[in-house]
Design a protein around this ligand. Structure first.
Ligand code: GLC
Length: 717
C-alpha cells in the first residue's frame, strides 16, 4: 500500500472513531510478564475489549501475542490491531554486551549487526517495537544508566544511534523481521544532578544542543519510528511536557512525524514535578507537547475527557496523535497482517549463528586496561587455575541490567568459558566473598586455592542490579569486602588476572596501580565466558577502547576529554591554574584507552587541502605500523580542535574513526575523510556556523595529548 492509501484508510478510521476509541489508541499498558516501573499491571484485556487500548509493552511470545491481537482485531468495534513494545536494548534472547561495552568496539557495522539479530529474534516472538536505542550521552559513572549508554561522546553516540536504528528497522518497517526503533530518552537525562537517578537536570542551552540533543537528530535522520521523552526536566520543564523541544524543535524543525511514547507513568508524574495540578492538566500538557502514547499512567484515558471538557485540549490535538499512532501501525503492516504471519522462525542454525555473533561482539567489547610484564595472554593452559571472586561462576550476572528475553541459565559464565578453553586444566572456583555483605568465612579456602594455583583469575565487580535504571551509586567502587579480599589474594604473589564486571567505570585506583592485568568485562551477555577465554588465551587480541573517561575518584566527576581549556588551563607547576590541590586532573584511564597484545606506532600524519573551503572534504592520512609480536586490530581516532573561535571550543572533539588490522611488522596508511561541515560550531546565538581560521587535527588511539599526532589546516571563507 502507498502512503496515500495508508492516509486514506487512517482518515476513514478516524472519522468513524468515538472519543473513547481515539483515546484508547493513545493508551499503552504493560502485560503482567514484567513491570518496569511504579504502576501495577492494569486489567489490559478489559481495557482492550472496550476499545481503550492501542499498544502493549512487556508482552511477547507468538501464542500470547496472537491471543491478545485476535481480541483487538475481532472483538472490538473497529478491529484496530495493537503494536507490541519491549526493551530489546542489547539483544532479545541472544544477549549482547551492554551498550556501554559494545560502544567500546567503535564499530558501527557490529552495532547494526547485533541490532539486526535482536530484531529478528524479537519479531519472531511477536514484537513490533523496541524501546531502544538508548542514546543519552552519559558522563557520570554514578548514574546507573551509563550502562545503557554509548558513553560520554556525542559524535560516537550519533554513529551508534544511526547503526541501531538501521539494525532494528531494516530497510522496510513492514518487513516481518523489522521492529520499530524508539530513540530514548530525549534528552539530557544523562546529566542528572550528582548522578542521582531521576534528579533535576541543569544544563546550559549550549550543552543541551551541542552535547545531548545531536544523537536524537541522528536517530531521526536515520528514520527512527519513535522517540521517548525523558522522565527528567530541562531547567524546570519536564521533557514529557516540553513544547519547545518536542513540538518546536523535534517535530517542526527536524520534521519528525513519528510517534512519541512517554516513559513509564511519566505523564502522571508531571503532577509530582509540580507542573500539573491533576491528571487532566497532566494529560493536556503532554498531549499539547506532542506525546502520542501514554505508557502506563492511564492519564490519557482518565484525564483527556476531562481536559477536553475544560477546554485544555481540542479534539484536533487528539486526532493529531491518533493519526501518528495509526500511521505507525500502517507502516508496520499491521492493518494488512496483524499477526505478522510470516515473522521469522528461529531455527537451530539461526541460534548458533546468533551466538557466534554474540561471542564476537563480546570479545570486541573487552577492554585491556592494565597489562604489566605482559601478564596476558596466557598462551599455554596452566595446570591449576583458581577462579576466585563473586562473579567468576555466576552465569545470570552476565545478562547485565536490561536483559530483554535473555535467560540467566543460558549465559556462559567465566568459569564455563575458561573450562572450555582449558579442558586439561584443573580449574577450582571459589567466591571468597560475596558482592554484598561482610561474610569472611569464604576467604581462607579461597586463599588456599590461590596458593596452590599456577594462575589466579580474580572476578570482581558489581551485581547487575547495581547499575541500569534506578541503579545510581554515590560510591562507585568495589562493593562489600572485595577490596579486602583482592588485597589478600594479591599479597600471595601468585600470577593474577583481574576480570572486572560492571555497568560503569569503577573507582578502584589501588587495584589498577597494583594488579598486573585487568580486563574491563562490563556485562558481556550470552557468550561472556567464551569471549573472556578468547582474550585471556590470546585467541583474540583485545581491541576495545573506553567510550567513557575512567575517573580516579568520585571527586573528579564529571570528568571527560572534550573539556573547555578555561582561561587558566591546567599547569601542574602553577597553583593558579585549573586543577585540584589534592588530586591530579588526569583520569585513571582516558577516553579511547585500551591496550593490545601488540604495539601500534603512528607516523607521518598529513591533511589536505591545507586551505579548506566550505564545500571541500578534508583528507587525513596517517601511517600505522604493528611493531609488536601479535596481529591485531587498531582503531584510529580523529579529533579536531578550533583554537580560536567566536566561542570557547573543547580541547579535543572526536570527529572520525577508522579500523585497520595489521600483522606483526605490517605498516599501512589509514585514510579518514571529513566533510567541511564537521567543523561547524554553534555560535554565541547557538546558530551553526563555519568560522574561518586555523583548525588543529589530531590522530591517535586515545584522547591523551601524548598519544596524538597533530597537524593543522586553515578554513578559508
Ligand atoms: C523504564 C525506562 C525506559 C523503558 C520503559 C519501559 O522506566 O525508563 O527506558 O523503556 O520504562 O520498560
Amino acid at each position: 500500500m502507498t502512503r496515500q492509501d495508508h492516509a486514506t484508510r487512517i482518515e476513514k478510521l478516524l472519522a468513524a472513531m468515538m472519543l473513547g476509541e481515539k483515546i484508547g489508541q493513545l493508551n499503552m499498558l504493560t502485560a503482567d510478564l514484567a513491570v518496569t516501573g511504579p504502576g501495577m499491571p492494569a486489567d489490559y484485556m478489559a481495557e482492550l475489549k472496550k476499545g481503550r487500548l492501542g499498544s502493549m509493552l512487556n508482552l511477547y511470545g507468538v501464542p500470547l501475542m496472537r491471543q491478545v491481537q485476535r481480541v483487538a482485531v475481532e472483538e472490538t468495534r473497529l478491529g484496530i490491531p495493537l503494536f507490541f513494545g519491549y526493551d530489546v536494548v542489547h539483544g532479545h534472547r541472544t544477549v549482547f554486551p551492554i551498550p556501554l561495552a559494545e560502544a567500546g568496539a567503535f564499530d558501527p557495522e557490529l552495532w547494526e549487526k547485533t541490532a539486526r539479530i535482536a530484531a529478528i529474534e524479537a519479531a519472531a516472538e511477536g514484537l513490533t517495537l523496541t524501546f531502544a536505542p538508548m542514546i543519552d550521552v552519559a558522563r557520570d559513572p554514578r548514574w546507573g544508566r551509563i550502562a545503557e549508554s554509548a558513553g560520554e561522546d556525542t559524535w560516537l553516540t550519533c554513529r551508534l544511534a544511526e547503526a541501531k536504528v538501521k539494525g532494528f528497522q531494516g530497510k522496510n518497517l513492514a518487513a516481518q523481521d523489522a521492529i520499530a526503533a524508539t530513540a530514548k530518552h530525549l534528552a539530557g537525562y544523562g546529566a542528572v544532578m550528582a548522578g542521582r537517578e531521576y534528579a533535576q537536570v541543569e544544563l546550559s542551552e549550549r550543552a543541551f544542543h551541542e552535547i545531548y540533543l545531536p544523537p536524537f537528530r541522528a536517530a531521526v535522520a536515520a528514520g527512527a519510528a519513535a522517540i521517548m521523552p525523558a522522565f527528567t526536566d530541562l531547567a524546570g520543564v519536564p521533557l514529557t511536557a516540553h513544547v519547545g523541544i518536542l513540538r518546536d524543535t523535534v517535530r517542526a524543525r527536524w520534521g519528525f512525524d513519528g510517534v512519541m511514547i512517554s516513559d513509564y507513568n511519566a505523564i502522571a508524574e508531571l503532577m509530582a514535578h509540580g507542573i500539573a495540578g491533576d491528571l487532566a492538566e497532566a494529560a493536556a500538557l503532554a498531549l499539547k507537547a506532542g506525546v502520542d502514547v501514554d505508557m502506563m499512567a492511564t492519564a490519557y484515558t482518565r484525564g483527556l475527557p476531562v481536559a477536553l471538557e475544560r477546554g485544555l485540549v481540542a479534539m484536533s490535538d487528539i486526532d493529531a496523535c491518533v493519526r501518528r499512532v495509526l500511521a505507525l501501525k500502517a507502516a508496520l503492516g499491521l492493518f494488512d497482517d496483524p499477526y505478522r504471519a510470516q515473522a521469522p522462525v528461529m531455527t537451530a542454525e539461526r541460534w548458533t549463528e546468533h551466538r557466534a555473533v554474540a561471542r564476537d561482539a563480546a570479545r570486541r567489547s573487552i577492554v585491556l586496561l592494565v597489562n604489566r610484564n605482559d601478564r596476558l595472554p596466557i598462551a599455554s593452559p596452566p595446570a591449576r587455575v583458581a577462579l576466585l571472586g563473586p562473579l567468576g561462576d555466576i552465569a545470570p550476572e552476565m545478562l547485565g541490567p536490561w536483559s530483554g528475553a535473555g535467560r540467566g541459565e543460558e549465559m556462559v559464565s567465566y568459569a564455563a568459558g575458561l573450562r572450555a578453553a582449558w579442558p586439561q586444566s584443573r580449574i577450582d572456583a571459589a567466591r571468597g566473598v560475596e558482592v554484598e555483605g561482610e561474610a569472611r568465612s569464604g576467604i581462607k579456602p579461597a586463599l588456599d586455592l590461590a596458593r596452590a594455583a599456577d594462575l589466579v583469575v580474580l572476578a570482581l565487580g558489581e551485581l547487575r542490579w547495581m547499575s541500569g535504571e534506578a541503579g545510581s551509586r554515590a560510591k562507585p567502587g568495589l562493593p562489600g569486602l572485595q577490596n579486602e579480599f583482592a588485597r589478600a589474594v594479591l599479597d600471595l604473589g601468585r600470577p593474577v588476572v583481574v576480570l572486572l564486571s560492571s555497568g560503569r567505570p569503577l573507582m578502584v585506583p589501588w587495584l589498577f596501580e597494583r594488579a598486573e592485568a585487568v580486563l574491563a568485562c562490563w556485562y558481556l551477555g550470552s557468550e561472556a565466558g567464551h569471549a573472556v577465554a578468547d582474550v585471556v588465551t590470546g585467541r583474540w587480541n583485545p581491541s576495545a577502547r573506553l567510550p567513557v573517561t575512567w575517573p580516579v575518584e568520585v571527586g573528579q566527576i564529571p570528568i571527560f576529554y572534550s573539556r573547555l581549556p578555561t582561561g587558566r588551563p591546567i599547569d601542574p607547576t602553577f597553583r593558579y591554574s585549573s586543577k585540584y590541590i589534592d588530586m591530579p586532573n588526569e583520569p585513571m584511564f582516558a577516553f579511547g584507552h585500551g591496550l593490545s597484545y601488540t604495539r601500534f606506532a603512528y607516523s607521518n600524519l598529513r591533511a589536505a587541502p591545507a586551505q579548506l573551503r566550505e564545500k571541500d572534504t578534508l583528507a587525513v592520512e596517517v601511517d600505522v605500523a604493528n611493531e609488536g609480536r601479535a596481529a591485531g586490530e587498531e582503531t584510529v581516532l580523529l579529533f579536531v580542535r578550533d583554537p580560536v573561535a567566536s566561542v570557547s571550543r573543547p580541547v579535543l572533539e572526536l570527529k572520525g574513526m577508522a579500523k585497520v588490522f595489521l600483522a606483526p611488522g605490517e605498516r599501512r596508511s589509514v585514510r579518514l575523510s571529513l566533510a567541511c561541515d564537521a567543523f561547524a560550531i554553534l555560535d554565541a546565538k547557538l546558530a551553526p556556523r563555519l568560522e574561518p581560521g586555523a583548525l588543529e587535527i589530531y590522530v591517535g588511539p586515545a584522547a591523551r595529548a601524548e598519544a596524538l599526532l597533530k597537524t593543522s589546516v586553515k578554513l578559508v571563507a
